[in-house]
Design a protein around this ligand. Structure first.
Ligand SMILES: [Zn+2]
Length: 132
């Protein structure tokens, strides 16, 4: 199952990152950017996360998935358009095939939110791409 591997990679990425930041507070929320053309089902990803987080650094963390629409750019028309997934990927005006995808393929950790440390009350943010 694709989402299971994705989630494993996601949790490993967070663990690696946290390992380089000694003394960090626990992760409260993981914000994940998922393009609608990334090939993953947000609901399955959410389910896999609930199962796999147990006993890891994100044991108590919540996963928030932010969807990004598929947007392509047509060079002959010099404009962006929204392909219809599964129906029509080419440019609706000139019917050029979809070549230049602007957004919609991403699968990355947008940021992590930490449980506020009463001493400093700061939360750290990060941006990282999940390599799968
Ligand atoms: Zn076009």
């Amino acid at each position: 199952m694709h989402e299971t591997d994705m989630t494993k990679a996601l949790i490993l990425t967070i663990e690696d990152w946290l390992a380089e930041q000694p003394g960090h507070p626990p992760v409260k929320t993981v914000y994940l950017t998922v393009g609608e053309f990334a090939g993953v089902e947000p609901a399955s990803l959410q389910f896999a996360f609930q199962v796999q987080r147990q006993g890891t650094c994100v044991n108590d963390a919540e996963l928030v998935i932010e969807d990004v629409p598929l947007v392509a750019f047509c060079h002959p028309c010099q404009q962006e358009y929204r392909p219809e997934i599964g129906l029509q990927y080419g440019c609706p005006q000139c019917h050029s095939p979809m070549e230049d995808i602007r957004t919609g393929r991403e699968l990355k950790i947008d940021r992590l939110e930490f449980v506020a440390d009463p001493a400093s009350a700061s939360s750290t943010e990060t941006k990282q791409t999940v390599e799968v």
